[in-house]
Design a protein around this ligand. Structure first.
Ligand code: KE4
Length: 447
């Protein structure tokens, strides 16, 4: 079906997303923003550079929808990269924010709200005996890594190729020339000496982890992993992989750190560690726990967290950590998720319809040699490759040009998916039958 017919279909659908009349206002804003901010954005992926388009500027969001500055309406599958699990503009979150604002914005002092949040997190995630609030996932990760080094007295860490843990220097690295040597910087400005402290293993490869421990005996403080990577696109841990990491870390005296910034409160209320029944030593959170406000958190074993200042020698601080507004929003969202466990089943059902629908289209069009879907719960990714995507090497075989064309078609037809191949698609509690059906019709037209 060509776009024109799709256009007609769109007008009859009560999703009533509209054909993109134009992007005039977004173009104007982008031109001016590019003079004042690098790439015209405050985070690279928003630039749409990875898909060869200029970014749209979003004016507002509601439920499953985004509305840009030109009045275009989109079904949103980015959801602010995870926080909007309930959908945008959620009244429970907004009412809590309004109430908190009446009392002031920030005090730089202890508040009851921080205790409420800490208790909520520790009750939801049993491995959290103690927790510290910070302002982003990056801060959570860099603090957890520092805690692990402080606890073990060791300097090196292991991460996995394709996993993203924020932009702290130690994690902006790529595998060294020899897999067994230290990594090299994956960003200008990261010093070689810092990068050398990070070793890079292969996701789903326990052998690559044991080889690094063999080579760097007693020198590795921690293994950090996204239990379900969502930053090389979504990749699923193969049977025994996460359990194997747990066993290796225990045997080697290193800490296992789960970066649950995306998976936390997304795959289950207790995160991936609940879903896979693994107990990490430390965990990092972000996104959903702030409901769209800047929040991160790290925590885990009490004996590790008691090393954190002011109790112990590992320094970590933050002016806006535990900010009252961010706590109010996060507490409201987490409280709603805790009190409505059926939401996870609803998310699973609706997202399942989307992902099985995409697989059905691929099967019907005999396109399995050029298109695969990885999904779990309410997140997933489409890869334009015929291979099973099980790690970064196989993810890189995806045809990113075809992904860019897919992104463009979907955007021009009212569906906002991630503006980069190596990201995830997020389904919220506001996505219903109409949104999923509309999305599948547009994907069917493209594929
Ligand atoms: P922030 O510092 O962006 O809050 O979180 C960093 C981070 C840490 N760990 C994981 C597993 C993450 O996915 C992230 C950030 N995720 C990206 C999306 N892939 C944020 C989007 C962006 O960078 O603009």
């Amino acid at each position: 079906m060509n776009t024109k017919n799709a256009n007609n279909m769109m007008n009859t659908k009560n999703t009533n997303t509209t054909k993109k009349a134009n992007f005039t206002r977004s173009k104007e804003l982008f031109a001016e923003a590019s003079r004042f901010m690098p790439g015209g954005v405050n985070s690279p992926v928003r630039s749409f550079k990875a898909v060869g388009r200029e970014p749209v500027f979003i004016k507002r969001a509601d439920g499953a929808y985004l509305f840009d500055e030109d009045g275009n309406k989109y079904i949103d599958y980015v959801g602010s990269w995870g926080p909007a699990i309930l959908g945008h503009n959620n009244t429970v979150v907004k009412d809590a924010l309004r109430a908190a604002m009446e009392n002031g914005l920030s005090f730089g002092a202890a508040t009851e709200a921080e205790l409420t949040m800490a208790k909520l997190l520790c009750a939801a995630v049993p491995s959290l005996e103690m927790v510290r609030m910070v302002n982003s996932g990056t801060e959570a990760v860099m603090s957890a890594l520092r805690a692990a080094r402080g606890f073990t007295g060791r300097d090196k860490i292991i991460k996995f190729a394709g996993c993203y843990h924020g932009h702290a220097d130690a994690t902006l690295v790529k595998a060294g020339s020899g897999l067994l040597s230290g990594a090299s910087p994956d960003s200008a400005g990261v010093s070689a000496s810092t990068a050398a402290g990070t070793l890079v293993a292969g996701f789903n490869s326990l052998d690559s982890v044991t080889a690094l421990f063999e080579r760097h005996k007693q020198k590795i403080a921690a293994v950090i992993v996204e239990p379900v990577p969502a930053n090389m696109g979504v990749v699923l841990p193969e049977k025994g992989f996460l359990e194997g990491l747990r066993d290796i870390c225990t045997a080697e005296g290193a800490l296992l750190i789960f970066d649950e910034v995306i998976t936390g409160f997304r795959l289950a209320f207790g995160g991936a560690q609940e879903l896979f029944n693994i107990t990490p030593d430390l965990s990092c959170f972000g996104k959903i726990i702030g409901a769209g406000l800047p929040v991160g958190a790290y925590g885990g074993r009490r004996e590790v967290m008691e090393l954190i200042s002011p109790l112990g020698p590992v320094y970590q601080a933050g002016t806006l950590s535990g900010n009252p507004l961010a706590m109010a929003a996060g507490i409201a969202q987490l409280g709603f998720l805790r009190d409505h466990p059926e939401l996870y089943r609803q998310l699973e059902t609706e997202a399942g319809r989307l992902f099985s629908g995409l697989n059905e289209i691929i099967r019907k069009k005999k396109a399995a040699d050029a298109c695969v879907i990885n999904s779990i719960g309410s997140i997933g990714s489409i890869f334009f490759t015929g291979e099973n995507v099980r790690d970064f090497t196989s993810a890189l075989k995806s045809d990113t040009k075809r992904y860019a064309a897919y992104f463009s078609y979907m955007l021009d037809n009212g569906v906002y998916v991630a503006p980069a191949q190596f990201e995830a698609l997020f389904v919220s509690a506001s996505h219903g039958k109409n949104e999923i059906d509309f999305t599948l019709e547009r994907a069917d037209e493209f594929l």
